[in-house]
Design a protein around this ligand. Sequence first.
Ligand code: MD5
Ligand code: FE
Length: 206
Amino acid sequence: MPERVAPGALFLPGYAASIEREALRGIAAICALAPPHHLLTPGGRRLSVAMTGCGAFGWHSDRAGYRYVSRDPVSGRPWPAMPRSWRDLAREAAERAGYPGFEPQSCLVNRYDTGARMGLHRDCDEDDLTSPVVSVSFGVTAAFLFGGAERHDPVRKLAVESGDVLVWGGPSRLAYHGVAPLPRRTHSLTGPLRWNLTFRRVTHRQ
Ligand code: MD5
Ligand code: FE
């Protein structure tokens, strides 16, 4: 049953469960072409989450800052293509949440190993902040943290399981959020890992 977890945000438990195996094969194919890396923050620290991506743009971070780039700076090659089935799933999930016509240009692939976490932050590196963010989780269950428009707003926890989808749009698009350290657990298909796919539109539509 879909659940409004915040204004503009919709939780679709199990929405991607039927494509779990296919999606994990797709993730393996993308990682073979563009291996995930622990990117450097502008402050010089390594992220505990390892990242890669697919689509026209990939999110990147290094000493020069956070930005979207059309080639993998590590390999020098364009990002792997976004699988059509992924794009369709993201578009349909966005439509269910009230955002029809979503055309993602970037799918960030986040790999969480035991203990990996993501501190509270806002996603604001996209030029187009009118489009939602669609996030799809596979593997080990994580505690997703979501707050409000201000860093010190109260934070709620949401357990996100393999196959769960979240759509963040409207007033939730710029909400603070993060992921608590991944517990040491085993999932039948991913072992100790959690994978998160995050679909975004980067540029404004013409
Ligand atoms: C994750 N990734 O589980 C999350 C899923 C990231 C990131 O946060 O930036 O790679 S995306 C969750 C999200 C996006 C936009 C808004 C909100 C949550 N929100 O309002 O809570 O690896
Ligand atoms: Fe984020």
